[in-house]
Design a protein around this ligand. Structure first.
Ligand code: IVH
Length: 678
């Protein structure tokens, strides 16, 4: 049955439209119709082609996928060899290349085209009469592998050139790469399916392109950037590289968006620096910039060496990844006691600097990556980021490689290390005693809601610890005026003020003191509850986990932390030293009955100076009070801060007692010491 002319025409129109929308979407990144509409066009074309198979042509947009797997790759001889590029690794090398070019051309200044050096796979794509007829890898530069059906699946590669004016034979050359985002998606998917993941986008691109089954390639997020040409017959290209790339784009052959034309070496260097800075923000991996003499006639005058053109150079970025050996794994202790494993490496040049250590994040990460001491590993340093071990080269693992164990004792202070079930972070329990944790601990200890030592801020704490004047929080109480006067920016007056603040802080409450100790999981509310429940420090220190768990809000995790803290002899020493220095509080009988504010309802209105609304609520609730958002006759107290709202008026109207901030703080203090309200 003959195909009706109207159908033939419709098929032609559909193909033109789909090609155009492909171009808008994949080449220009600026689609002009929504995806559903595109899908509708594609569906219609597929339906017509199914109905009239004689209409199917190889360049039809329906024909990107579906080719059967090949048994092997056919070899293709490149009509014009695909040469490589010479590299330079620093500015001196680049300026040297510029000098040679200028001398070669006898010019003061040369016009260059600058573009990203894509980290992918070089391919040659041959168009005959505008139709894609062959694609090949670079191979050894002379003979490559035929990968036409694979390249056809890359959406940004036109099966048929657009526009007009292209040569009858045009061999476009470019780089197939995998965008970083697509690479991450692919690896996640492979991992989910339990398959082997790719080490980096370049390997992923190579692995995807060199697939005997093009249907697999079709599912991989590959993209292309054209950067040059090979064979050209039956037509002419413009006189400049940059203009050729502009024409390419009109024909649907995508090139780097970040291309530029510069005059002279200074502008070229500036472009390189800009691209180096932008590197991490781009969705493709680039390993440098390529500079080309822009005028084709000048390129021809310069010619080629045996392996590379004289008119182009790859000015490489510092490599972001390198291979080296793990010499040891040490554990660093941070301010919160968190232990972070750090790989000590055989020094290696990566990301523009010499790297001799890299973070391994935590023990779970070490297990997941299976990093062992003695292993060969890939390390990565991108931008300003801390270097990290990316993965192990298991194939090169020496027989005596040692498994990394989480230390049982803190490498800094020797205290026990604990890693709560289900948490990634292991911590030192050395608390107040561990110097690594000291600075953070001191700041917490001195903070307003803890011991409230006015003026003991970060700068001062740094100095005190760095000079060895304070080795544990108790040392604060043994500081002398002379010692303080020896510190930076410390005059007579501020030294005196600080000493007075330290002196004042000695008189405290058990709840504050407990909170100040900085036991993990013991926040202000828990400290208050503990203080009230046990009444004395000794009773808390000798309580078993079961006894601790009898306290409202104390579960097994909190109880374990409290026990671990008081098991450490160092912590006990520091507490002793604090008491000897004169830190004191009123102790009382255990109060295991109702909490002091049980049955009372509070309403908060306006802002408080000494705490946030949230903090006030937590403290009240820890004391057993209810905090409500509306005032009624049943409300016990309305706490009135600055700029109170209508709740204040309502309280007055209903005759509900109000507390200003000072009265509220008195009430809290009284209740937190377990004393009934007056
Ligand atoms: S021009 C005759 N431009 O780098 C020179 N190459 O190290 C042809 N590459 O084999 C190459 N981006 O695979 C050129 N913008 C770019 C490039 C680029 C990546 C690759 C290409 C080449 C290799 C040389």
């Amino acid at each position: 049955m003959a195909v009706p002319e109207s159908i033939r025409r419709r098929v032609e129109v559909l193909r033109k439209e789909i090609d155009y929308h492909n171009y808008r979407y994949y080449v220009l990144d600026s689609p002009v119709i929504p995806d559903v509409e595109y899908d509708r066009l594609m569906e219609e074309l597929k339906r017509l082609e199914a109905q009239y198979p004689e209409l199917i042509t190889p360049d039809s947009p329906t024909q990107r996928v579906g080719a059967p797997p090949a048994k092997e790759f056919r070899q293709v001889r490149h009509a014009i060899p695909m040469l490589s590029l010479d590299n330079v690794f620093d500015e001196a090398g680049f300026r040297d290349w510029d000098r040679r070019v200028r001398e070669g051309l006898g010019q003061e200044e040369v016009e260059y085209a600058g573009e990203p050096k894509f980290d992918g796979l070089a391919v040659s794509v041959l168009y005959r009469d505008g139709l894609l007829v062959q694609a090949a890898t670079r191979g050894d530069g002379y003979v490559g592998e035929e990968i036409t059906n694979n390249v056809r699946t890359i959406k940004s590669v036109p099966l048929r050139l657009m526009g007009e004016g292209w040569p009858r034979v045009l061999e476009a050359r470019g780089e197939v790469y995998m965008p970083k985002s697509g690479f991450e998606r692919l690896n996640r998917e492979l991992e989910r399916r339990g398959e082997k993941t790719f080490a980096n986008p370049r390997n992923a691109a190579a692995g995807s392109l060199r697939q005997l089954d093009p249907n697999i390639t079709a599912q991989r997020p590959l993209d292309i950037a054209f950067y040059g040409f090979g064979l050209v017959e039956g037509g002419r290209l413009p006189e400049r590289h940059s203009e050729i790339m502009d024409r390419f784009r009109e024909w649907g052959l995508k090139s780097a968006r970040e291309r530029i034309v510069v005059r002279g070496v200074e502008q070229a260097v500036a472009y390189y620096r800009r691209m180096l800075e932008r590197r991490d923000q781009l969705d493709y991996e680039m390993d440098g910039c390529v500079f080309k003499v822009n005028r084709i006639d000048e390129q021809e005058r310069l010619g080629y060496t045996a392996r590379a053109p004289r008119w182009a150079i790859a000015y490489k970025f510092p490599a972001e990844e390198a291979i080296t050996r793990v010499l040891d794994v040490v554990w660093q202790v941070g301010r919160t006691g968190a232990l972070t494993p750090v790989a000590k490496l055989e020094p290696v040049h990566v990301g523009g600097v010499t790297v001799s250590s890299a973070t391994l994040h935590n023990i779970d990460e070490i297990r997941r990556k299976d990093v062992r001491i003695g292993d060969w590993v890939w390390v990565r340093r991108a931008g300003e980021v801390i270097p990290e071990v990316v993965r192990v080269i298991v194939e090169r693992r020496p027989a005596d490689a040692r498994v990394v164990e989480l230390p049982k004792r803190c490498p800094v202070c020797g205290s026990e290390v604990i890693k709560p079930e289900g948490e990634a972070i292991a911590r030192c329990t050395g608390g107040l005693y561990c110097p690594a944790q000291l600075k953070g601990r001191i700041l917490h200890f001195a903070s307003r809601r803890a011991m409230d030592i006015d003026g003991l801020g970060e700068k001062l704490v740094d100095q005190l610890v760095d000079r060895g004047l304070v080795k544990d929080v108790a040392d604060i109480y043994y500081l002398t005026k002379d010692q303080l006067l020896g510190l930076e920016r410390m005059g007579e007056k501020s030294a005196q003020n600080l000493l007075e603040a330290i002196e004042r802080s000695k008189r405290t409450t058990l709840a504050r003191f407990l909170y100040a100790l900085g036991i993990r999981e013991v926040g202000e509310a828990t400290a208050a509850t503990l203080a009230r429940h046990f009444g004395s420090l000794n009773r808390i220190m000798s309580a078993s986990e079961d006894e601790l768990m009898a306290v409202p809000d104390v579960g097994p995790v909190v109880a374990a932390q409290i026990r671990a803290f008081f098991r450490q002899p160092h912590n006990l020493e520091v507490i002793d030293k604090l008491k000897k220095a004169g830190v004191h509080w009123e102790e009382g009988e255990p109060q295991q009955g109702p909490k002091p504010l049980e049955g009372e309802t509070f309403v908060l209105t306006g802002a408080l100076d000494s705490m946030t609304r949230e903090e006030a609520k937590e403290r009240l609730e820890a004391l057993g009070a209810k905090v409500s958002s509306s005032v009624s006759r049943k409300t016990s107290y309305v706490v009135v801060g600055h700029d109170p709202g209508s709740k204040y008026d309502k309280a007055k109207a209903l005759g509900v007692p109000t507390l200003d901030e000072a009265a509220f703080l008195d009430l809290l203090a009284q209740a937190e010491q377990g004393r009934p309200l007056d």
